[in-house]
Design a protein around this ligand. Structure first.
Ligand SMILES: Nc1nc(=O)c2c([nH]1)NC[C@@H]1CN(c3ccc(C(=O)N[C@@H](CCC(=O)O)C(=O)O)cc3)CN21
Ligand SMILES: CC(C)C(=O)C(=O)O
Ligand SMILES: [Mg+2]
Length: 275
């Protein structure tokens, strides 16, 4: 069933069941109004740790904290009734041990109402994914370009080219076998993304991957043209909100300086009407 025909949000198993069907539609969301715009249109919304870069001006996602994820998760949850909420586990909140991952995943779900968490990593996170799933935490995996590893990956580069391809396939298999209900493939060659999509039993969600993935995700501020500090090649701008906002602010500034704003209809008489 598509998100638009639903009365309630899908569950992780409903997303899993969309493998091979109509592509899964998703975007990031960090605030209530943005969540409302996509409610019932997207199948799931992700409170991404990209929030640090997009809303807080951080240079990478490494500085994002659990408290930030909880606060943005709560804001997004207030705007969703028909779209599933997924929340990123931030850097440092899950890598140490399965127990640490469970403690923090449980906090994210308890305090935000998210249906699932997402974490970065393939084979080396398989044990943690299985530990979480066994304890009631649905997990979306994220492999390929994993921005929390920017300092060991050496840049936001395409992953899985040439001799890296087999390792990326092994990561995809490992997270699927560990019980993840879906996996994000970020910035991997299209042919490799198609091969992984054909090979594993769970939906692949592409970002800079392939139209053949089982679904797609983008940072909503990127696709709206609202975030313009950088533009990855995989971003398509469907709107010009950044430019529109700048023009609106300039128009307001001009009108204030010329005293044409506020106009009479924006001001109040000293007697109430009819009195
Ligand atoms: N606004 C935004 N959009 C994103 O997609 C995003 C974030 N922030 N923050 C977290 C991660 C970081 N991601 C990024 C960040 C930069 C590039 C980028 O600049 N890519 C260039 C090439 C860079 C290189 O080769 O080193 C590109 O053209 O794709 C890609 C993905 C994806 N995620
Ligand atoms: C781009 C998506 C997949 C993400 O992890 C994020 O926004 O943090
Ligand atoms: Mg993320």
């Amino acid at each position: 069933m598509s998100a638009t025909a639903r009365k309630t949000a899908p569950l992780p198993d409903d997303i899993r069941a969309m493998k091979g069907g109509t592509p899964i539609v998703s975007l990031t969301a960090y605030t209530t109004p943005m969540a409302r715009m996509m409610d019932g249109v997207c199948d799931f919304a992700l409170v991404g740790d990209s929030v640090g870069m997009v809303l807080h001006g951080m240079p990478s996602t490494l500085g994002v904290t659990m408290d930030m994820m909880v606060m943005h998760g709560q804001a997004v949850a207030r705007g969703l009734t028909k779209t599933m909420l997924v929340i990123d586990m931030p850097f440092g909140s899950y890598e140490e041990s399965p127990e640490q991952a469970f403690r923090n995943a449980a906090r994210l779900m308890r305090e935000t109402g998210a249906a699932a968490v997402k974490l970065e990593g393939g084979m080396h996170m398989a044990e943690t994914i299985a530990f979480l799933v066994a304890r009631g935490v649905p997990v979306m995996a994220h492999i390929g370009l994993t921005p929390q590893s920017i300092n060991t990956l050496g840049g936001y580069k395409v992953q899985g080219r040439d001799d890296e391809a087999q390792a990326l396939k092994a990561d995809a298999r490992a997270v699927a076998e560990a019980g993840a209900f879906s996996v994000v493939l970020e910035k991997v060659p299209a042919k490799l993304a198609d091969e992984i999509t054909a090979e594993i039993a769970i939906p692949t969600i592409g970002i800079g991957a392939s139209a053949g993935c089982d679904g797609q995700i983008l940072v909503v501020d990127d696709m709206l043209g609202l975030f313009t500090a950088f533009k990855p090649k995989f971003v398509k701008r469907y709107g010009t909100l950044g430019e529109d906002g700048e023009a609106a602010i300039r128009a307001y500034a001009d009108e204030v300086r010329t005293r044409s704003f506020p106009a009479p209809e924006h001001t109040f008489a000293d007697k109430a009407p009819g009195k």
